[in-house]
Structures are given as C-alpha cells and as structure tokens.
Design a protein around this ligand. Structure first.
Ligand SMILES: Cc1ncc(COP(=O)(O)O)c(C=O)c1O
Length: 418
C-alpha cells in the first residue's frame, strides 16, 4: 500500500500553514482613516507633507538606515526610476545576476541600456563578485546585485569593485526588507536599493514599491521620475524629466505602514524557524538550506531555499520531489526554472522596433544573451526547492511537520520512481 500522499497515502499535514497576505486591525484602521479623509492620492510629487505616503517613506527609509524613501507603483518601476535617476541609459552596460526575476533585466532594457548577465555562487545563490569584475568593460555603468530570497549579497566586495571602476550600485532588494548583513542595514550599502510590495512579498499592499537612498540628488531625481517629471513648488503642468506616473496610492501606503510595524517580529520568527529547520535537516542527507556566507545577521527570508540532492533520494527528480512534498501538505515550488538568458524573448535579439537597445549605434557592439552559459545558475535552477516565506511564519510544531514530510518522502522515495 502506498505511503506517500502523492500516491494516495495519508498526508503529513492537512492543516494550512500561516495565511498570506496577513493583516490585522491595523490595516483596516489605517485604510479606513484614508478613506474617510478623502485624501486618496499622495499629491503632485507623490508624497505631499502629511500624507500616509510621506509617513511610510520616512519610516521605511529610517528603518533601513537611509535618508530618503521614494514610494512608487511596484518593484519593477522602482528599478527603472533608480536607473534613470542615476543617469543610466543608452549605450550603457548594467551588470545583473543570471538568477533573478525578469524585472531586474527588463528595467535595464527599459532605459535603453544593455543587461550583462553574470553567474551566481552556488552556496548563496547571489551574484559572484569575482565574475562581476571580469564582466566590466568601458561601457559598464552600474551593477544591480539581487538579494535573492532575502539573503544579502556580499556587498562589501561588490561595493569595493564598484568603487574601483567608478560604477553605480543599485541593489534589487525586492526580496529583502529588513535584512541585515555584517551589522549593516540595506540603506547603508551602495547608491540605492529598490523593493517590491507585490502580494507574495514579505511586506505587501497587493502592489507597491520603493527606492531608498542617501544621495540628495538621486532622491530628488527619483521623485521627479516617480511623478510626471515635476519640480517641488512648481506648476502641475511643468515637466523637467521623462514624465511618468509611477505613484503609490494613499490606501496602499496606509497598508504598508501597518505591514512595516510587524516586520521585525515576522523576521525574528522566520529566522528562528529557518535555523530550527536547518538543524532538523542535518539528519536528512540530501536537503541543504541556503543560509548564506556567515555574514547574515538577519535574513529577509522571502524564500526558504533548499538544495536538493536527488542522488540521496534514490534518484528521484527534484520536480517529482516538489510534487510529492506539495501532496504531503507542504507548499513549495521550483523557483526560477532557468537563467534569464534561456527565456524565449532572447531568441530574437531585437527589442524595440529598430532593434534598440541591442543594435543601438550608441552601443556599437554585439551582445547575444541567448548564447551565454551560466553553469552555476543552471545547477541552482535544477536543484533548488523553494518554500515560500509565510510557511516560516507558522509555529514550531508546523516546522516539525515540514521535516517529517521530507523524511517520509526520503524513506519512501522508491515509490516515486515508477
Ligand atoms: C528580484 C525581483 N525584483 C523585482 C521584482 C519586481 O517587483 P514587482 O512585482 O513589484 O514589480 C520582483 C518581483 O517578484 C523580484 O522578485
């Protein structure tokens, strides 16, 4: 008789894990305040004095040790705003990891620059600083490290390389609100960091984003790009830079204020549970959590990343294992299926109607993303099992169930071979 739930056996878990998105009376109270105030829009520059958006920007920036926060519509446009504000554009190369969400790359294209993909480090799944240096050319203008899953990249090394070559560093911290690395918060590393508040993220208003920075000039430009290219104190109809409307609404900011208030507690719980589970996994050969390079004080834990060794599970494929673990009642998925270069969009090199940015005369070079190989990222993509962050917000006994489900699959792995 089958033991595994995928084959009709009983599940290890029938109860749900922590429900996401999470809210309590605070979201309801702050949103009600906004609704009743009839101020639903944060003003012509996107954060008028006294608005929830202004309050959220200040609190989020301070929390990360940054001077400025520029809230915006989502984490994708946060990257675009930061790149434009930093002066990245036509003919520039921007170094990004091969392992990330498409937004890190699409926004480089959006400003008509060229994304240069770099391989990652197996143990951290972050961009490899040694390979960054090899990818630098006279066209390189910026680096976008991605704090994948919430684990902060080796920013000391990345910033050191960037300073030597006079490059801008904009961290894509969509996965990492609240992360601390070698005693430093995300606002004190690099020129800017961008975040996403889309529904699956660790703080959310359904959608939303923010750029944080300590640079006065960069902040002022971000404000302009966020809201129709306007200048402080000037007319609604005078526009100084590329006029986009990327503002966040007051309702979203109200929700984010509430989400920020509980971030510390949630990070504490997730970090504790992740380490508790890591201890349990020591008894399960073939499951290794990605816990960073020793520099992590607080992991942002958007994703709990596990490296799966199929040879220790009787040769059962990672994808089959993921199916079996879901069937046991533990939500998980495979994460990014491949390095970004493998996406169908790169089968055709041209993006814009005239082939820009790849064929742009200001670039004057040929780059073919589809032909590039990223062996470490390939390996990561073929072995990783991703447990979403809300699972780590559950209780201690819930963690025991995760370990029990994995141990059960290992014990009965032969059931999955046929
Ligand atoms: C690494 C990374 N960067 C940027 C984004 C874009 O954020 P948004 O969905 O808010 O546009 C995401 C979203 O999943 C992401 O994972």
């Amino acid at each position: 008789m089958a033991e595994l739930a995928i084959n009709g056996g009983s599940k290890v878990r029938t109860k749900k894990f922590f429900a996401w998105p999470h809210y309590d009376g605070r979201e309801l109270e702050y949103v009600e305040e906004v609704i009743k105030s009839r101020v639903w829009f944060a003003g012509m520059r996107g954060a008028d004095p006294g608005t929830k958006t202004e309050e959220f920007e200040k609190k989020f920036a301070q929390y990360h040790n940054a001077t400025y926060g520029i809230a915006c519509a989502n984490g994708t446009v946060a990257i675009e705003i930061a790149l434009r504000a930093a002066g990245v554009g036509t003919g520039d190369e921007v170094i990004i990891p091969a392992l990330t969400f498409i937004a890190t790359l699409s926004e480089v294209l959006q400003v008509n620059a060229i994304p240069i993909l770099v391989d990652t480090i197996y143990d951290t799944q972050c961009i490899d600083p040694n390979k960054i240096e090899k990818a630098i050319t006279d066209k390189t203008k910026a680096i976008i490290p991605v704090h994948y899953g919430g684990f902060v990249c080796d920013m000391d090394r990345i910033i050191e390389v960037a300073q030597r070559y006079d490059l801008i560093v904009i961290a894509d911290a969509a996965h990492a609100p609240g992360a601390i690395y070698r005693d430093k918060k995300l606002g004190s590393m690099g020129d800017a960091a961008t975040f996403s508040f889309q529904e699956s993220k660790t703080m959310t208003a359904g959608e939303g984003g923010i750029v944080i920075t300590n640079n006065d000039e960069l902040a002022e430009k971000c404000i302009q790009y966020r809201s129709c290219g306007r200048h402080e104190g000037e007319s609604w109809y005078i526009h100084y830079v590329m006029p986009m409307n990327y503002r966040l609404s007051e309702i979203q900011s109200a929700m984010l204020l509430a989400q920020l208030e509980r971030l510390d507690d949630q990070l504490k719980r997730k970090n504790e549970n992740a380490h508790y589970l890591a201890e349990k996994f020591k008894d399960i050969d073939g499951i290794n959590p990605v816990l960073g390079d020793g520099g992590t004080d607080v992991n942002g834990f958007y994703l709990y990343l596990l490296q799966y060794g199929k040879e220790k599970f009787a040769g059962v494929s990672r994808d089959k294992f993921v199916e079996a673990l879901n069937a046991e009642g533990v939500p998980c998925h495979i994460g990014y299926p491949w390095p970004l270069s493998k996406n169908p969009m790169f089968q055709q090199v041209k993006e814009g109607a005239k082939g820009c940015p790849f064929t742009c005369p200001y670039y004057g070079k040929q780059t073919s993303i589809k032909d590039q190989e990223f062996p470490v990222t390939e390996k990561i993509c073929s072995e990783t099992v991703v447990i979403p962050h809300q699972v780590l917000l559950s209780s201690r006994p819930d963690m025991d169930d995760i370990a029990a489900a994995i141990a059960k699959i290992k014990e009965n792995a032969s059931e999955l071979l046929y």
